[in-house]
Design a binder for this molecule. Sequence first.
Ligand SMILES: [Zn+2]
Length: 264
Amino acid sequence: MSNSPLATYTRLSPNRTSPRNHAIDTITIHCTGGQGTAKQILDMAHFNTYDPKNGSSCNYAVGKDGSIGLGVDEGDRSWCSSNGANDHRAITIEVSSESISPYKVTEKALAALIDLLVDICQRNGIKRLVWSESKADRVNHRGGCNMTCHRDFAAKACPGDYLYALEGDIAKSVNKRLNGQTIEEGEIVTYDQWKAFMGQYRAELRKSDGGDWSKEAREWAVNAGIVTGSGEVNGLPVYMWEDLSTREQLITVLYRFAKAIGQA
Ligand SMILES: [Zn+2]
């Protein structure tokens, strides 16, 4: 597992669980409740004094000046969100904020946070960030929701009303950067965009080997030579089982079947 190349300062906290027990599929943004650089945040005593009961840490810190620091390796679980299960699957990020509600953050910190999130998603295979105003959606990861908050798990204001109100916009900005092909609700899609989406969709299907329900049929079709696949991934033909068939493919399959039973 890698860490962000955007981090310019590293001070690993002793308050961590190594390794994490879940793949990284969640982002939890926090606010520091006091302005500082990434270094100043990660140098704070409560991150560096080992305390298995009350100690805390974070995977990353984002400073008021846009600096980014690493506090806990991505491979390890930080002690950040008052919830072990969340932190085992989340990258936790402390963002430098003002000390009073709504815990505003600087433009530089916000921009650096978005850069960091894009990098985290790209390196960890997170295709898009999904935010929900509903705590139930967030904590249950409903509808692909993959952004949680400290306030979901403890009686805290964190990430503060300022960042909380921006979570949806942060997700949008990150998603736009991730593939440049995100359709916003109500957005008009051009033909070129549609082609790009279809290309992306079909590229994903190429890696698919279909559902369990069709396993027997697929094995039969391959063994009988009815479906032959094309190209190769990991030495195996690409079948694109879940893709739509063209009429050209349909008649080829029918023709092969007809041949197999002596009708063509
Ligand atoms: Zn927090």
